[in-house]
Design a protein. Structure first.
Ligand code: NAP
Length: 281
């Protein structure tokens, strides 16, 4: 173990991020000494400021919106977890070498493991086609063996890139869907799970919804939102319509602990950290 670790998060408009609190909690619970720094980088300055983060003596950091698809060129090695997903959300630095990982897929699966039977062979709707959505679709298709995965994006170009990337990585997968405005309940309902992989409904977009106006809540199904702001209106609405609803809090802690293990080899139990940060599952 080092005398002191330096961890961080890199993204834009990340003032809401709970990552500093999570790593302070880990340090308090385990005694692992660490400092944590949030790097809020304007997208136009990414190629100038990101290399400075890499040179800052940092041991590991998370990558969040909107940079998951921009870090690839800075990596010396990409771990199998990130190759499989086609996106990097976690970067570790050892002996000056830069390693890319994906821990979103692991974190996302945690609350769903107990629903595996319900998901197996079923249909999924995914809103958003960014870096986190890649991990989610990968998890739904490979870990939960879902038969039909339909993805909706706001850009046809991004949808096409997303589909090509995932289908190259998972040859048995045929991604359906397309533009959000073309969503048609007759073609895409019923579903077994809906996942919001956009920031809409989250901290910087509290009153916006990713769901098309023609979308219907179906009782007994599962809703997952990757945002972890308490009181998320879409999560509350899903729960009110008798869906099993999860916000992104379990995923957040899960991916952070997995990252810590990859960066340092240190394993930390989930429950105490979750309880301290969110007040219990
Ligand atoms: P990303 O790579 O930037 O992807 C964001 C996706 O949302 C893209 O498809 C983007 O479309 C779309 N989007 C952005 N703003 C939008 C808007 N105003 N209207 C409609 N679509 C919009 O980001 P990410 O890393 O995948 O993260 C996505 C969300 O998940 C973020 O809110 C992030 O905080 C959350 N997240 C949570 C966890 C967790 O542990 N709970 C982990 C990862 C991510 P374009 O490509 O067209 O811009």
């Amino acid at each position: 173990m080092k005398d002191k670790y330096l961890f961080g998060v890199v993204g834009h408009k990340i003032g809401y991020s709970l990552s500093p609190q999570i790593f302070q909690t880990i340090s308090k619970i385990t005694g692992v000494p660490c400092d944590f720094k949030s790097h809020d980088i304007a997208p136009r300055r990414f190629n100038i400021d990101f290399p400075e983060v890499l040179k800052s003596g940092i041991d590991g950091f998370s990558v969040t919106i909107p940079f998951k698809n921009r870090v690839a060129e800075y990596l010396d090695e990409v771990d199998v977890s990130a190759v499989a997903v086609g996106a990097v959300n976690s970067i570790g630095i050892k002996d000056g070498r830069v390693f890319g990982y994906n821990t979103d897929s692991y974190g996302f699966s945690l609350p769903l493991l107990k629903h595996s039977d319900k998901l197996h062979g079923g249909a999924a709707l995914v809103f958003g086609a960014g870096g986190a959505a890649k991990a989610i679709v990968h998890s739904l298709a490979t870990r939960f063996k879902m038969r039909r995965v339909c993805v909706f994006a706001r850009s046809a170009v991004k949808f096409a890139e997303f589909k090509q990337c995932l289908q190259e990585n998972i040859p048995s997968l045929n991604i359906e869907g397309g533009l959000i405005e073309d969503y048609d309940p007759q073609s895409y309902e019923p579903y077994d799970i809906v996942v919001n992989c956009t920031p809409l409904g989250g901290w910087n977009h509290l009153d916006e919804s990713p769901l098309p106006s023609s979308f219907n809540w179906l009782a007994g199904k599962i809703y997952c939102d990757l945002s972890y702001n308490r009181g998320n209106k879409i999560v509350a609405s899903a729960a009110k319509q008798a869906l099993t609803a999860y916000d992104g809090s379990i995923m957040l802690i899960g991916q952070a602990l997995r990252s810590l293990e990859l960066w340092t080899g240190i394993k930390v139990e989930f429950e105490p950290v979750y309880g301290e940060v969110f007040g219990g599952v």
